[in-house]
Design a binder for this molecule. Structure first.
Ligand code: ATP
Length: 405
């Protein structure tokens, strides 16, 4: 996209606003400020200029320059008078406004007046910009108010924004930094973004989005989604079942089908890790076979989240060969450990695993499972004075309900 060259050759006859920024992502605060500047700032046209590599920020932008450029284009698609320029994205190296203005001057010639449009916070920092003293000779400055930033215009004459025009503007309290945090935590921020930008963010999974399951875990509804997922997979079914033990049941739960499902594994590991980290555990594990896939996903997640937790599992009995180890992994005597199973009924294998790690010299700090069938196992764990968490519980009527989110 580009602006047509001015009709008149009179220097300064056409006034082009230049609104640069990281736009990571572009939000309604930027958009309404841009519209306001165009309407009230004595401008003929406005250029939105996403930065390639903003130099003032400590951290590089989260989204790529290409994504930020595309989002800015989507935000202003079809909008009269506002055009998006890629001038800063295509230039290599750090983005400096002095280069932006030089390049735009090269593109549009001397017959335009360039007006740098800035939020009040950015305008105040102009004296720290690269070759700041040269800026006043290259452009006018239009400052638009931003909530939380006061502007009294009382700047030293040496400041590049000295004498700038100030307009209060729409004063929308939106910050890109906060939006990114909210997006990553699954908070609904559609009120602060345009629909095409929101769609783009989700399609490209920017800022930790696009993972509905992840967002559900992060907003505290992991156990609910896990239940839904179990039903989708047929890992939890309701009807009249006869279990291997000969017992009748109104529901059937296959924990392996859930813990071996990618989304199931993702949610279980998240729910378990949060609980385990709160209990200060150094190792996590449980009885074979049920605990094995969960241990794998848990230690991976722990490592990704920079938590030092190691995994183990407990065989039903000592191996009759090799080192004869009943407990596999790097767990050591003296460690605080969590012991878990996918399901607890009477607690047979779980209690055996608890006995084994205690005998080995570990302190059991937490016992947990996805589903407590309420058949005595959890009561025995509690009777032993061990903290117990389950995320779902079977009701006497044969339903399964969420007891911990
Ligand atoms: P953050 O919100 O994390 O501080 P930012 O949105 O200020 O980021 P940029 O995208 O670089 O970062 O901002 C581009 C320009 O838009 C800057 O001049 C900034 O002052 C201005 N701006 C950003 N948000 C607002 C807002 N809510 N109201 C007015 N101006 C804003």
């Amino acid at each position: 996209m580009g602006l047509s060259t001015p009709d008149s050759d009179q220097p300064g006859s056409k006034r082009i606003g230049v609104f640069g920024g990281t736009f990571d992502p572009i939000h309604l605060g930027h958009i309404e400020t841009a519209r306001f500047a165009l309407q009230h700032g004595n401008l003929d046209a406005l250029l939105m200029v996403p930065a390639g590599r903003p130099w003032l920020r400590g951290m590089p932008p989260v989204a790529s320059a290409g994504d930020r450029l595309r989002m800015t284009e989507l935000a202003f698609a079809g909008e009269a008078g506002i055009t998006v320029s890629n001038v800063d994205v295509v230039r290599s190296g750090a983005t400096y406004s002095i280069d932006t203005l030089t390049d735009l001057r090269g593109q549009y010639g001397d017959a335009v007046m360039l007006i740098l449009v800035l939020g009040a916070d950015s305008a105040l920092s102009m004296d720290r910009w690269h070759r700041a003293s040269e800026l006043p000779g290259m452009c006018e400055v239009l400052v638009i108010g931003r909530p939380g930033e006061s502007w009294d215009g009382n700047l030293p004459t040496s400041h590049p924004a000295h004498g700038a025009t100030f307009l209060r503007g729409p004063m929308m309290d939106i910050s890109a930094t906060k939006l990114r945090e909210q997006l990553a935590h699954g908070v609904d921020v559609r009120d602060s973004l345009t629909a095409p930008v929101m769609d783009y963010i989700q399609q490209h999974r920017l800022y930790g989005t696009g993972r509905e399951d992840l967002q559900m875990v992060q907003t505290g509804t992991g156990a609910e989604r896990l239940l839904e997922r179990a039903k989708e997979l047929g890992a939890l079914e309701f009807g009249d079942f006869t279990l291997t033990s000969g017992q009748k049941s109104k529901y059937y739960f296959d924990g392996r089908r859930l813990s071996l499902d990618p989304e199931g594994s993702h949610i279980i590991s998240k729910l378990f890790l949060d609980a385990i980290s709160n209990a200060g555990c150094q190792a996590v594990g449980g009885p074979t076979v049920a605990a094995v896939p969960i241990v794998g996903s848990l230690v991976l997640r722990a490592w990704q989240e920079k938590t030092e937790i190691t995994g183990y599992f407990v065989r039903p009995e000592k191996k009759g060969y090799g080192m004869g180890r009943q407990i596999e992994g790097s767990v050591k005597p003296g460690m605080k450990v969590a012991v878990f199973d996918d399901t607890v009924s009477t607690g047979g294998s779980l209690l055996q695993a608890i006995d084994a790690v205690q005998e080995f010299g570990c302190e059991v700090a937490l016992v947990l499972c996805v589903l407590d069938r309420k058949q005595g196992g959890s009561d025995e764990v509690k009777r032993r004075g061990l903290p117990f968490i389950s995320f779902w519980e079977a009701t006497p009527e044969g339903d399964v309900q969420i007891v911990q989110r």
